[in-house]
Each structure stands twice: as structure tokens, then as C-alpha cells.
Design a protein around this ligand. Sequence first.
Ligand code: ADP
Ligand code: MG
Length: 227
Amino acid sequence: MLKKETKDILEKSREWGWVLEPDAQKIFSLYGFKTPKYNVAKTPEEAAAIARKIGYPVVAKIVSPAVVHKSDVKGVVVGIKDDQTLIRTLDRLSKIDGFAGMLIAEMVKGLELIIGAKNDVQFGPMILLGMGGVGVEIYKDVALRMAPLTICDADHMIEGLTARKLLSGYRGSEPVDLDALKKTLMKFSKLMMDMQDVVESIDLNPVMCTAKACIVVDSRIMLKKKL
Ligand code: ADP
Ligand code: MG
């Protein structure tokens, strides 16, 4: 069963066929996923107030129904340290097609993973786990399972990654909280099952994992075309 707030967001997003990042992040936090602190600004005053409340450094991102892949249009700026840079960024992003606001988020650190779901014609909802960044693009290091996932599936997905070693801390890097990662996968599988009638695919890219938590840093929900 979908929560009313989630239904409202999905309904409103039908117009352009996908859920904008701030709305998608809202759904994920409603479902108990960890997300960075964020808010959306349209004016320099709003932007400065939000960034100070979150605490510099922050990330700024374009919010626009016309922009699905924000980095492709230089719509993401990480590590903003002061009002001046923030306001200059707002000025630039506000000229991008369909500008509906600038999302300002807390900077998060961690190992970048990807969690995704796709509604397969043959198998129904499929869940994907992969290493973020070049892990997915170059090495195609991913694990796939049919939803709903069992805890055993979640275990096997993690163990099946070629870069599995990175998760337990490699050459001095911090190990990842595997229990939090498993719980995130299970919760994600449940959310996809709840949404399978209306959703085509979901991408959490990246999810940043540390020794303490897994945080959904970017999320995109593509809706099914209306029949
Ligand atoms: P898109 O996938 O639409 O291009 P993202 O929101 O994923 O945009 O941002 C691009 C990259 O910027 C991410 O892969 C991540 O490396 C970095 N990034 C985005 N948001 C944050 C954040 N809150 N903290 C740290 N890094 C971030
Ligand atoms: Mg992304």
C-alpha cells in the first residue's frame, strides 16, 4: 500500500513522466531511507538561508522537468563553501531549460554504490546492485535478482560483486556497514513491489555507504506511460 503523500507526488509527476529529485528524495525519506538534508531555493536569499541552515560545504543541483541527467548539463556543483559561490551557481542554473529551483544538499562522503529496479516484461520487478562510478560504466560490476528479495538474495548480491573486497575496507579505506546495506536493499525491494503498477524504473545513483550508514544521495523514479 502506498502512502497518501507518495501517491500525491506520483500523481503530480505524471505530467512529465518522472519524479523530480526533491520529490523522489521525499518519498525515500518517507519510507525510512537515509537521505542528505536538503531543500529547494529559487531566490538568492532562500539559497543562502538554506545553505547556512544545512551548513557549508553544500551541493547545488538543478531541478527541472526537462533535465533527467543533471551532470550532463553541468547541473551539479559539489563542495560549495560560501554564499558567493552558491549565488553564482544559482544564477547559472536558473538559465537551464525548465528551471524549477535549485536543490541544496548536505555533502555526503562514502563508497558510491548503485541500487536500481526495473519492471521487466518477463520477470516483473528486478533489483540491481552495483559499484558506482566507473564500476558500473566500465566494469559492469552488478548483481541482479527478481523482487521481492529475501535476506539471502540480498546477501548473495553483495557477495557476488567483483569489487566485494572494497566493501570490507581495502588498503586503509573504511569498511561499509553491510547490515545497513542489506536493510537498504530489502526496503528498496519492498518499495518497488509497492510501486510496480505505476513505476517503470528507479535508480538510486549514488547510494553512499560508510561504516555507519547507507545514504541515498540521488534518486530518480521513471513512471510507466499512461495506458
Ligand atoms: P546526476 O546523476 O543527475 O548527474 P547526481 O545527483 O547523482 O546527478 O550528482 C552527480 C554526482 O555528484 C554524484 O554521482 C556524486 O558523486 C556527487 N554528489 C551529488 N550529490 C552529492 C552529495 N549530497 N554529497 C556528495 N556528493 C554528491
Ligand atoms: Mg546520479
